[in-house]
Design a binder for this molecule. Sequence first.
Ligand code: IMP
Length: 188
Amino acid sequence: MEPLRAVLASANPHKLDELRAALPDWEIRLLGAAEFPPEVGRTYYENARAKARFARSKVKAGRWVLGEDSGIEVEALGGRPGIESARWAQEPVERLLEELRGEEDRGARYVCELVCISHDQEEHRGTGTLNGRIAHERRGSEGFGYDPIFVPEAAELTVAELGNDWKRANSHRARAAAALRRSLQARL
Ligand code: IMP
């Protein structure tokens, strides 16, 4: 079968790598845009959909488009930084460690929302979460963002220590991609 050709509305090569691994029969490239729409939605879904619609307006009909929004929700902070994760602080890892200093409840989860739009404007979505907890210090060098301090449930190592192969198979993004694939199954 022909690969499904898609364009991802993101500048983040880590996200591209994870989505390519999760959707191996898709041929995905990044949208080469100088700027993306501001993240003004109230939910990950609204932001992901705005990015996908932006890509739809830029990309010719032969390709599908993908929008993605993700973040980390920390229980002791009432779910913050959440959809603010990308712009919460200049040094988000340090800020999170500081805010949780002395805190016993370190539960957290990653969330990812994916939206894809076909050439005939049909929209599908997939949501993925990864539960875990915030470590007491940075460990590991792979992944990006909060990965050096995020320990998935049933693990002792951080995502940055578990590494990119682990992440490609288990991340909130991989889970969102699997849900998106299920939503699309009837269509393809
Ligand atoms: P977005 O680019 O607006 O979706 O921002 C997502 C932000 O959430 C990133 O800048 C990271 O701070 C955080 N985040 C989302 N997914 C991940 C992940 O897989 N690892 C680490 N941090 C993540």
